[in-house]
Design a protein around this ligand. Structure first.
Ligand code: ZN
Length: 502
């Protein structure tokens, strides 16, 4: 490929990146700042931008440049840029502009309807949105192409190359192993209440601690910021513009700390791509599962560990004074790892969390297969929660309406959370081998070796390799639920004094 043709390809990549950034900024603003009545105007603006991006992506000139480049022998990073962009383009050309607009409008409007429905605990006002969205997603899957399993086409948008059948198999094994641990913990005496139960932890002080933690672990505030939102999330506008959000509950500071650490894991990843890849399709994670592995690693493997609380319990005493009276690191460690089957996914502990995902995966798969009608979703939800976790929501707000995903059409997204949990344990096992004293370092507040390890092996490569290939290169192991179960049994076996029977 001659240099002028490559330059022309690069210009098109840059333009796509700019359009994508603009959409990302609109979406961030919608979830943090926008007044409710701005929703309709925003839905239109977002849909227009989506259509423009789509038109740029399917432009025949880009197709020709990519074909030409694909026939050349390129260095590995350029070859990856071409591979990733061709893949995105091949998917895009199957969807007409008109469909892209319809989907974008339904997604934006659906999100606004969902917000009100959740607040009012009103399933009936939301039901038409789910019905419309399931139809749109079935249509989309058919246009993208599949071998009879529509869910495959949607899953592939978030977790390239992953198949429904494989997810079902891994999740089934995970579910049966988890059920044993959950039962063992349920049969064990509950952990004692902490001395700080009932204390108030002022909002402003909690905020300061979250900022301090972010700085300590290496989040670059010149290339990112933290704000507040009802549901914490991370939006990447650019390599040097990463937006995190958190939420604060004055009765439970660990909710904010854990959610800040979670989003920081996403943010550190996106601040860590090789700067040479900026404005190209490989300045992104290869899969959402891999992305989630980074957030879960910082939230759980680090942020719910004993060494982490040996470091931060004294900080809490210093900041919160009397509210922490009588509490040492062990009391905090136990509190952040209390296992309780509960209704809300985002507040779930590490042990029961994946059961919440299994429920959603099974329901959305049934919706896509046409085995479940949207109108029957609330009942099916309650049945699944009773079966998996033994709990029932008193109302739909904490039941079927608790997550934003279905309102925006993100069917196929939920499995990536569990894939991320499994990847995080596989990575952690390798980290403990490579950095023998990682726990001592965390306790000393030295996070650079850990961040450096992740930067080098996971963050910098961006989308140079497929997600599972990268995990395999780094750890020798692909997607597998065993390392995660081994981690859980070691940690919770000790906390609850339960043992895995042979
Ligand atoms: Zn996440």
């Amino acid at each position: 490929m001659n240099p002028a043709a490559w330059q022309s390809l690069e210009e098109r990549m840059r333009e796509l990146a700019d359009l994508w950034r603009t959409s990302a900024l609109l979406s961030w603003d919608q979830q943090t700042m926008m007044p409710p009545r701005g929703a309709e105007g925003r839905a239109r603006a977002t849909a227009t931008l989506r259509v423009i991006s789509h038109q740029r992506l399917v432009a025949p000139e880009l197709g020709e440049l990519l074909e030409e480049a694909a026939g050349d022998s390129l260095d590995p990073s350029r070859a990856a840029m071409v591979r990733v962009l061709r893949r995105e383009r091949d998917q895009a050309v199957r969807l007409p502009d008109e469909f892209v607009r319809r989907l974008a409008l339904a997604s934006s409007r659906g999100q606004a309807v969902w917000q009100a429905a959740r607040r009012d605990r009103d399933w009936e006002s939301f039901r038409p949105c789910v019905e419309e969205m399931v139809e749109l997603k079935r249509e989309q899957a058919d246009m993208l192409g599949h071998d009879g399993e529509r869910y495959d086409a949607l899953l592939d948008l978030y977790e390239p190359g992953m198949r429904t059948e494989r997810v079902e198999r891994v999740f089934a094994e995970l579910a049966s192993d988890l059920a044993v641990l959950i039962q063992a913990i349920a049969d064990a005496p509950p952990l004692p209440e902490p001395p700080f139960a009932g204390s108030t932890f002022p909002d402003a002080l909690q905020w300061d601690v979250t900022i301090r933690m972010l700085a300590d672990i290496g989040f670059d505030f010149d290339a990112g910021r933290q704000d507040r939102s009802a549901h914490p999330f991370t939006t990447t506008i650019a390599l040097h513009d990463i937006r995190l959000t958190t939420r604060i509950d004055e009765s439970d500071p660990f909710s904010a700390f854990c959610s800040t650490l979670h989003e920081a894991g996403h943010g550190l990843y996106d601040q860590g791509f090789d700067p040479d890849y900026e404005d190209t399709p490989i300045a992104q994670a290869p899969s959402l599962g891999l992305h989630e592995s980074q957030s879960r690693l910082w939230e759980n493997l680090v942020g719910r560990s004993r060494p982490f609380w040996c470091r931060y319990t004294p900080v809490m005493h210093e900041v919160f004074g009397d509210a922490m009276r009588g509490a040492g690191p062990e009391e905090v460690y136990r509190q952040v790892n209390r296992v309780t089957p509960s209704l809300i996914r985002v507040e779930a502990d590490e042990v029961t969390y994946n059961m919440h995902i299994l429920v959603r995966f099974e329901l959305e798969l049934a919706l896509l297969r046409g085995e479940l009608a949207p109108a029957d979703l609330p009942g099916a939800w309650n049945d699944a929660y009773r079966r998996r976790l033994g709990v029932t929501s008193p109302h739909v707000g904490d039941g079927v309406l608790q997550d934003v995903h279905w309102s925006t059409g993100a069917f196929g997204y939920f499995p990536t959370y569990t894939i991320g949990n499994l990847y995080s344990a596989i990575l952690w096992r390798q980290i403990r081998q490579d950095l023998a004293d990682v726990e001592g370092q965390v306790e000393a507040g030295e996070f650079e070796p850990l961040l450096g390890w992740l930067r080098e092996r996971i963050h910098r490569p961006g989308y140079l390799h497929e997600g599972e290939d990268l995990i395999r290169q780094v750890t020798g192991s692909g997607l597998d639920h065993q390392p995660f179960m081994a981690y859980l049994w070691a940690k919770y076996g000790d906390l609850y004094d339960v043992r895995r029977s042979a």
